[in-house]
Design a protein around this ligand. Structure first.
Ligand SMILES: [Zn+2]
Length: 194
């Protein structure tokens, strides 16, 4: 009797959690639809107008320096992004799958805040880390997602089982380790701490 009422309470709690998640997904969808619909109206002020105007009025920057630094930042940002699909498909090692063009490229990872572990990313495109190891390998994007998960704003983060990754490297990798696999894994660090 007691356990039955408890299980009913548990069912109600689970149902409430599912409903809450549906609400959150609905709000997510509304937010993204709004963003896609008004992309230009949001992007142009946030990306160009505000970063040009704020320095001029906030600390008396000249218009030409303010505008040119915004443009330089935009061009660099685009080039760093494109470097993932150029340099990280040309230079670097292929520890996960040597038959793919994409490579592990620490320099690209540095400039793209973690998107250069690209051989791994092509093998496990659904891993939220976009790399085998997390944020301390030139991957601040993962640190940001982990922080959001800590706040509870990011959830259902997917990552493959380490044995699966090892098996893929054994079967298809080029035999290198590089910075992406490295010798200092997360478990080894926690072993040293203990
Ligand atoms: Zn690619």
């Amino acid at each position: 009797m007691h356990s039955r009422s408890r299980s009913r309470a548990e069912t109600r709690r689970r149902y409430a959690a599912i409903e809450l998640r549906k609400d959150v997904r609905f709000l997510d969808a509304v937010f993204f639809l709004f963003f896609f619909r008004y992309f230009i109206l949001i992007m142009v002020p946030m990306c160009f107008i505000l970063p040009t105007v704020i320095p001029v009025y906030a600390w008396n920057e000249t218009w030409d320096i303010s505008a040119s630094s915004v443009l330089v930042r935009y061009v660099l940002g685009l080039n760093f992004t494109f470097s993932v699909n150029s340099f990280a498909h040309l230079w670097g090692n292929r520890p996960y799958n040597r038959t793919l063009k994409s490579t592990e490229n620490p320099v690209v990872s540095f400039f793209t805040v973690g998107e250069g572990w690209h051989n791994y990313h092509h093998c496990f495109p659904w891993d939220y880390k976009a790399a085998e190891l997390s944020f301390y390998r030139l991957n601040l994007t993962t640190a940001f997602i982990d922080f959001m998960a800590w706040l509870g704003w990011a959830y259902d983060l997917k990552t493959p089982n380490p044995e699966l990754v090892d098996k893929l490297c054994e079967n298809k990798g080029d035999g290198t380790n590089g910075l992406s696999r490295g010798k200092v894994g997360i478990s080894e660090i926690s072993d040293t701490v203990q």
